[in-house]
Design a protein around this ligand. Structure first.
Ligand code: BTN
Length: 265
């Protein structure tokens, strides 16, 4: 990883106050809190040996191939607006990934709550951690994993995850993608305070509204089929279940149902 280039382009007024590049780390999110990092600090490592995913899952990434970073940032927002940070970050990540693709025929989209998909498969995920919930200023750790140059995914992940390399056939620059994400992130921060505008923008990249999905509320919970009515402006997922009941959920996970092409007779 070109630490010099990242520092030169990112450690400046209006962007990062501090950049920490580690050779290897257990988890960048854990490092951020264990070291009580101040706002506007980015910690990034080419190797993460114990990466954490949502729902207590592990997040695997081959050394040197992908992005594993945590951005620590203070937000003056209410507890009810905390989720805005995740929606905003995933939107900015989508924009960075989209702009890195020279061929516009790729589809980039967002999956509730914070996944970025490339050609319908997960290319990036996010793990948000917040402290100081009683304080008007919340310190957030925005943990981001992007599959950039990963060559393949095994087992269950094979059908669900992808990388920029797998979709485009060419390696992408990790550093350029990180710089682009941070520039976009710092460019429109006021959007985190405007839930309606933020969610309107977020929804415009979400293509599972109006579709049937599998929904799981808890990590070990049962998956149920449901129809996505909407993503509300408070960030909750509005689902209609088989019995016609409509409910909104603030947490959980959905899996998209991939339509198989019709077989020729
Ligand atoms: C998910 O399950 O989709 C969330 C994945 C988040 C992974 C990133 S990699 C950098 C940061 N450090 C971690 O341990 N996890 C997040």
């Amino acid at each position: 990883m070109n630490a010099g280039m990242l520092t030169y382009r990112l450690q400046k007024p209006g962007l990062l106050r501090k950049l920490i590049v580690l050779e290897s780390v257990s988890s960048t999110n854990e490092y951020a809190f264990a070291n009580n990092l101040e706002s506007d600090t980015l910690v990034i490592a080419p190797e993460q040996v114990s990466g954490k995913g949502r729902f207590g899952r592990a997040w695997h990434s081959s050394p040197g191939k992908n992005i594993s970073l945590t951005l620590v940032k203070n937000f003056r927002i209410s507890v009810d607006e905390i989720h805005n940070v995740g929606f905003y970050s995933s939107l900015k990540l989508l924009e960075a990934i989209r702009d890195s693709l020279t061929d516009r025929n790729f589809t980039v989209s967002l999956k509730w709550p914070n996944d970025v998909l490339l050609n319908g498969k997960k290319v990036a995920g996010m793990l948000l951690d917040s402290r100081d919930l009683k304080n008007p200023v919340k310190r957030m750790a925005i943990g981001i994993g992007v599959n950039v140059n990963e060559e393949s995914f095994e087992g269950e992940l094979a059908g669900k995850a992808t990388s920029v390399l797998i979709e485009t056939g060419s390696e992408a620059s990790i550093e350029e993608l990180v710089v682009s994400f941070l520039q976009k992130f710092y460019d429109e921060l006021l959007l985190t305070e405007d839930s309606i505008a933020l969610m309107n923008k977020w929804r415009s990249y979400c293509n599972h509204i109006g579709k049937e999905v599998r929904f799981r509320l808890l990590a070990d919970g049962e998956e149920k089929l449901a129809f996505v009515e909407d993503i509300n402006s408070d960030g909750s997922l509005k689902l209609r279940s088989g019995d016609g009941a409509v409910r909104s959920y603030y947490s959980g996970e959905i899996s998209l149902i991939v339509q198989q092409p019709a077989q020729p007779a």
